[in-house]
Design a protein around this ligand. Structure first.
Ligand code: PGA
Length: 257
């Protein structure tokens, strides 16, 4: 059985209030716990995605089976030769030890208006730097209510995955927007139907699919991770809120063994 993939997305939260605050010290503690949990042969592939300022610190803590990812990356526009204040290039992330980069998270699609075209460029930059893009897709509550969930996800896949991208290692993360931070994940039936649809879409429209893995994200917790990971075509999970608690994330990694 191929190893499951467990991705931790240590997100800043809107108010950055004290209770939820991720600091360098708490990030390092989470990384040490993940490194301990990920050392044996049956351990899943664990990817820790801290905010940019903590990447370097976490990079020094990783153990076997635990890899480093970033939550975003700059678009490298070959036609715009100017400097890009505030941006972080794919090569910079690769240099400090990142092997994965999340692109197109719904929070970036919505808050910053990132289009499929931008996400596709970001994913291409990640691949060109030798890393694996974690490309997020997922419909809004409105899309689902109006019966457009499958069309939206198909459109996102076709236009966010770089041409030829699936012949490399890529991760597609299905994260229905309405399930993120909601406390309750999508139903098993919804996840099975969408992951099957995503598989078909990729095979029919984007072949070859050598290194593709598909993960589910949205309110994954210690209490539901085992059943989510057992669903067909679910190669792993992308964990937000629950990845910020040492014990809870440890329990998720444990059930992914
Ligand atoms: P959540 O977030 O696990 O807190 O729902 C998932 C994500 O946004 O990646």
């Amino acid at each position: 059985m191929p190893k499951k993939l467990v991705i931790a997305n240590w997100k800043m939260n809107g108010s950055h209030d004290l209770a939820m605050r991720l600091t360098r010290a708490s990030g390092d503690a989470l990384a040490r716990a993940a490194a301990r949990a990920g050392t044996n042969e049956t351990a899943p592939d664990v990817v820790l995605c801290p905010p940019f300022p903590y990447l370097f610190s976490v990079a020094g803590i990783l153990g076997a089976g635990v890899q480093l990812g970033a939550q975003d990356v700059a678009v490298l526009d070959p036609h715009a030769k100017g400097a890009q204040t505030g941006d972080v290039a794919p090569a910079m992330l690769a240099e400090i030890g990142c092997t994965y980069v999340i692109v197109g998270h719904s929070e970036r699609r919505l808050r910053y208006g990132e289009s499929n075209a931008v996400i596709q460029q970001k994913a291409a930059g990640v691949l060109a730097a030798g890393m694996t893009p974690i490309i997020c897709v997922g419909e809004s509550a409105g899309d689902r209510q109006t019966g457009r969930a499958f069309d939206v996800v198909r459109d996102q896949i076709l236009h966010s995955v770089p041409p030829g991208g699936t012949s490399h290692n890529i991760v597609l993360a299905y994260e229905p927007v309405w399930a993120i931070g909601a406390g309750v994940p999508a139903t098993d039936a919804d996840i099975i139907a969408m992951h099957e649809f995503m598989c078909r879409t990729v095979q029919e429209s984007l072949a070859p699919v050598a290194g593709l893995r598909m993960v589910y994200g949205g309110s994954v917790k210690a209490t539901n991770a085992a059943s989510l990971l057992a669903l067909p075509h679910v190669d792993g999970v992308l964990v937000g809120g629950a990845s910020l608690k040492v014990d809870e994330f440890g329990a998720i990694v444990a059930v992914a063994h």
